[in-house]
Design a protein around this ligand. Structure first.
Ligand SMILES: O=C(O)CCC(=O)C(=O)O
Length: 314
């Protein structure tokens, strides 16, 4: 009887996850279609004007920042990246997130198949739900205020994911050079959970000015570029590597710079990523991740009204 119930439950789970997969697949295609429609010159022209108008209208409401947070914003706007640390930021909940991450780290397992043929493993939704402090750190008001000043519009928080990047030489997915195209402005915060040097897969990027030059010479519109292609136009000496000890925090405007995760050589890299865009009623092409959805099903009602305003959830 119990075995039969488990079989039925498993069948239902498969049906639901199949459903979610199909939904997300069509959602991605729909987003791609929207993006290409929005690139038609006349549509783009009107969208650009509306976008500039929204920024102008929102400017008087931007939160006031301390001098050090303003410096972070300036660095993100000038270079595309600002590097600091949990300690320097001094956010009260920071020790909790590092402790939670260090407890969770040994449980993000990479089986032999992933080690050989994959490049990344993510903490599961169940694991993320067990450590809500990780997701909640991304809703710290100071961070949201910094991001709001960067994008100069109300912010949408898309959640957190904890990834283990496997030390192998596979050049796939986010290890290829790309610019995030999900929205006009995508900001990611990355926290390193272990020490990251040149051989532990640092986040790498090209400065904004170099990104513009490279995009022009490669006629880049979207998608992934191999490192070989990148080296056909610039020397790797011009790559910026974000190395740092555990607790290093990187703010990256990933929609305006070429970036990638350099393949780790010696050790796996453990890092938590937090994703943000501008908040909009319509045409937000960002697909909320399955992790975020599952987290919110459990915790949405426990968020404060102020926090709920930042959640973009399908
Ligand atoms: O793994 C990394 O450091 C890069 C990740 C990345 O490219 C992205 O999130 O868009």
């Amino acid at each position: 009887m119990i075995a039969q119930k488990i079989r039925v439950n498993n069948y239902c789970d498969q049906l639901v996850s199949g459903h979610i997969f199909m939904f997300r697949f069509f959602h991605k295609i729909q987003n791609k279609l929207f993006r290409s429609i929005q690139n038609f010159p006349l549509i783009k022209y009107h969208a650009d004007i509306a976008y500039q108008k929204s920024i102008q209208e929102h400017t008087p409401y931007l939160p006031i920042l301390s001098k050090s947070d303003l410096n972070i914003v300036k660095e993100i706007q000038n270079k595309g990246v600002a590097i600091t640390s949990l300690e320097e930021l001094g956010i009260i909940s920071s020790p909790q997130i590092l402790q939670a991450a260090q407890k969770l780290l040994p449980n993000i397992k990479a089986d032999i198949n992933v080690q050989k043929h994959g490049f990344v493993v993510h903490a599961s939704a169940t694991q993320m739900i067990t450590y809500p402090e990780i997701f909640l750190w991304g809703l710290e008001q100071r961070l949201l205020n910094i991001i709001e000043n960067c994008i100069r519009l109300p912010v949408a928080y898309h959640g957190a994911y904890f990834r283990r990047d496997i030390a192998n030489q596979l050049e796939q997915g986010s290890r290829l050079w790309h610019i995030d195209k999900e929205d006009r402005q995508v900001i990611k915060i990355i926290i390193y959970i272990n020490d990251v040097d040149e051989r532990t897969g640092p986040f790498q990027y090209l400065t904004q000015s170099l990104t513009t030059e490279v995009a022009k010479s490669l006629h880049y519109k979207s998608g992934y570029l191999t490192n070989k292609t990148m080296q056909s136009v610039i020397s790797s000496d011009q790559y910026q590597s974000c190395t740092g000890s555990a607790g290093t925090v990187i703010f990256a405007a990933t929609s305006s710079i070429f970036h990638r995760g350099k393949p780790p050589i010696d050790n796996d890299r453990f890092a938590i990523f937090f994703d943000y865009t501008a908040w909009r009623e319509k045409y937000l092409h960002y697909t909320t991740s399955h992790l975020t959805n599952e987290f919110l099903v459990k915790y949405f009602d426990q968020l404060s009204e102020a926090q709920k305003k930042y959640i973009y959830w399908e």
